[in-house]
Design a protein around this ligand. Structure first.
Ligand code: PBE
Length: 264
């Protein structure tokens, strides 16, 4: 509950997909109750703090991120275990949206030869890794990855928003990608196989304050209808509409929430 504004407060992190999902959730809720999108508040830690503090009521998050980055577990937990662990904090998870946005490392799609797995990077110390700031410090990020695959490189930090540009400009050779990013396919990147299954699954869910269903019952029911409605293909296509076609977050979200027929 936000003292300054009685509307349902929805947050998002600072990358395309999170903005888009925040907008979809806000437009969905706004059909039933006043709702406000606090866009791109920051990284996971910042948006989660806003949730705990009550300055936002809910935001889209990923199960692997909740387990690793928020709860700091080094081994996977089930949906039910995570739900139970969040309850004493006055928080809950619900509404699996239907897609999984995992981390991976990727390189320019050279025609043939070169590394194809994360393990292959171990034998290539000169490769320049440019990794997103949050990934560099996460429990499910670089330190554990380097240890798992005995990787010798010293990565530099970059903002995920410029990672693809830096890769294609050959400023770096390897970046971390989010598997639903539209540019992976567009640029024909080579995604390195995680043969050891280092990365957990990152199914998208709503992370919310437990009083939301009582405070905003009809909006909450509408948000529940989003369960299973966004599969990986759909999410990639919506990310592409913003990142490759230059559409606004609001327009892409509206097309999802209240689709209008497209001209033949
Ligand atoms: N992810 C993968 C990260 C970024 C990329 C979506 C799980 C996260 O926001 O937690």
């Amino acid at each position: 509950s936000n003292a300054a504004d009685p509307a349902l407060q929805i947050g998002s992190k600072r990358f395309t997909e999170s903005y888009l999902l925040g907008e979809i959730l806000t437009q969905t809720a706004a059909r039933h109750t006043p709702a406000r999108h606090q866009q791109g508040l920051g990284n996971t830690a910042i948006v989660f703090s806003a949730l705990k503090a009550g300055s936002i009521d809910l935001y889209p998050e990923y199960l692997g991120t909740i387990n690793s980055e928020i709860l700091k577990h080094t081994t996977p937990s089930s949906f039910e275990q995570i739900r139970q662990e969040l309850a004493p904090l006055g928080l809950g998870i619900a509404v699996k949206l239907g897609f999984d946005n995992t981390y991976a490392l990727a390189m320019r799609g050279t025609p043939a030869g070169g590394p194809t797995t994360l393990a292959d990077l171990a034998g290539m110390p000169p490769l320049r890794l440019g990794l997103s700031h949050e990934f560099l410090g996460r429990v499910d990020g670089w330190p554990g990855l380097a240890q798992r695959y005995a990787l010798p490189q010293q990565p530099t930090g970059l903002d995920h928003g410029i990672a693809y540009e830096a890769l294609m400009a050959k400023q770096v050779d390897v970046i971390d990608i989010y598997s639903t990013d539209a540019k992976i396919g567009k640029l024909g990147l080579r995604v390195l196989t995680d043969t050891d299954h280092y990365f957990p699954s990152y199914e998208a869910v709503l992370l919310y304050r437990l009083d939301v269903p009582q405070r905003f019952p009809s909006a909450w029911a509408a948000l529940g209808q989003l369960e299973g409605k966004i599969d990986n293909r759909r999410m990639i296509a919506m990310n592409a509409a913003v990142e490759l076609d230059g559409q606004t977050f609001a327009a892409v979200a509206t097309q999802f929430v209240a689709p209008t027929a497209t001209a033949p």
